[in-house]
Design a binder for this molecule. Structure first.
Ligand code: 3PG
Length: 398
């Protein structure tokens, strides 16, 4: 069974329809300002498509994890202001629907101010669906959550995939199923424990798997190197060794950091020194991959035809000094993509922020809006939000 797409609905049938649209506007906000509007900007295509075709569009979304309580700093008002659309202060409010005209858009307040959203309470899903003719899920980045606005509402409304969700699925499926080889995957970020399934799956798919950042530190620890006073997961030692064995059995070449950028304290203004992994001492704090590793990664890119990148190699939020390995990598990846030497796919909030900071977003072949959803999708999981669309067969009332 295939998922129904909003682009398959006859445009005439959208005129005057009340549409509940799920978007992912879980964006980074610092000092009351949206610092990365990528997810909102990517949602505009579906919003414009629906309004241009005369629908009445009510967007629902979440911000942060308020756990069922109103929190002023997690209000979506800031997103409504950014989009310049009217804002409804309670996501279960319905009165405003009568005043909406064809082509209007409004944004509802944070769904997670109600417990029913994350708990996927049926009563909440039913109330949320009330008054709508159909539901569109365009929030790929939240489709791994079994929440009321992602799966619950599909029990009550004819449900369709939006344009962004469709594009994400098509692009990521294509890259995972038919990559031009060699396929190189670069994985960084903090925790091996959150990416175990991903690593195991990648070993079966990738020709070369490069593990960097704090994850690389855990692997180096498992391989017997001193990792000093750094962020790593000692409990993951055996899992890391199992992954190394699995890679050998499956002829997937594994690469780890050769050297590291270290300081003496975990702070932005620590002095950066470069040390080979066998020179690291107990009082060193690893905060980035090192110079030889940066060169090795750039060299690896020369032979790649497809590259997937998820997760930073250092503390990128501190800028150039401790983000050097990621920033240099992003620039080289962008350059080779521009020169059509390879196809690149990047997913995950921190890696996407690096692309933004380096101003190379437009050069990458495909940038996913997903964080956790991107990981779960490429590790082969069935995302509940997508599954719910596949199973939905409620007829659209014309
Ligand atoms: C994300 O930012 O990855 C999604 O919006 C999901 O957010 P969550 O991890 O808080 O459920």
């Amino acid at each position: 069974m295939a998922m129904r797409k909003i682009s398959d609905v006859n445009k005439q049938d959208l005129i005057g329809k009340y549409i509940l649209l799920r978007d992912d506007f879980n964006v980074q906000i610092v000092d009351g300002k949206i610092t990365d509007s990528f997810r909102i900007d990517k949602s505009m295509e579906t919003i414009n498509y629906l309004t241009e075709n005369g629908a009445r569009v009510v967007i629902c979304a979440h911000l942060g994890r308020p756990k069922g309580e109103y929190k002023k700093d997690l209000s979506l008002q800031i997103v409504a202001d950014y989009m310049n659309v009217p804002f409804v202060h309670d996501c279960l409010e319905k009165d405003f629907l009568h005043d909406m005209k064809n082509g209007d858009v409004v944004l509802l307040e944070n769904l997670r101010f109600y417990n029913g959203e994350e708990k996927n309470e049926d009563d909440f899903a039913k109330k949320l669906s009330d008054g709508f003719d159909l539901y569109v899920n365009d929030g790929f980045a939240v489709s791994h959550r079994n929440a009321a606005s992602v799966t619950g509402v599909t029990k009550y409304l004819p449900s369709f995939a939006g344009l962004l969700l469709t594009t994400e699925i098509e692009n990521l499926t294509n890259i995972m199923q038919h990559p031009t080889r060699p396929l190189l995957v670069f994985v960084g970020g903090g925790k091996v424990s959150t990416k175990l399934t991903l690593l195991k799956r990648l070993i079966h798919i990738a020709d070369k798997l490069v593990i960097g950042g704090a994850m690389g530190t855990t692997f180096n620890y498992a391989r017997g190197y001193n990792v000093g006073n750094s962020l790593y997961e000692p409990d993951m030692k055996q899992d890391a060794l199992d992954i190394i064995n699995l890679a050998k059995e499956n002829n997937c070449e594994l690469y780890f950091p050769l050297d590291k950028g270290v300081g003496k304290t975990f702070s932005n203004d620590a002095i950066r020194t470069n040390k080979s992994i066998d020179e690291i001492t107990d009082d060193d704090v690893i905060m980035d991959d090192g110079e030889k590793t940066i060169l090795r990664n750039a060299e690896l890119l020369k032979d790649a035809k497809t590259v997937i990148w998820n997760g930073p190699f250092g503390v990128t939020e501190w800028g150039e000094i401790w983000g050097r390995a990621s920033f240099d990598f992003a620039k080289t990846l962008a350059q080779y993509t521009r020169e059509q030497k390879l196809e690149s796919v990047v997913g995950g909030g921190d890696s996407v922020s690096v692309l933004n900071a380096c101003d190379v977003m437009q050069d990458i072949s495909y940038v996913s809006t997903g964080g956790g959803a991107f990981l779960e999708f490429i590790q082969g999981d069935i995302l509940p939000g997508i599954d719910a669309l596949v199973k939905n067969n409620i007829k659209l009332d014309l």
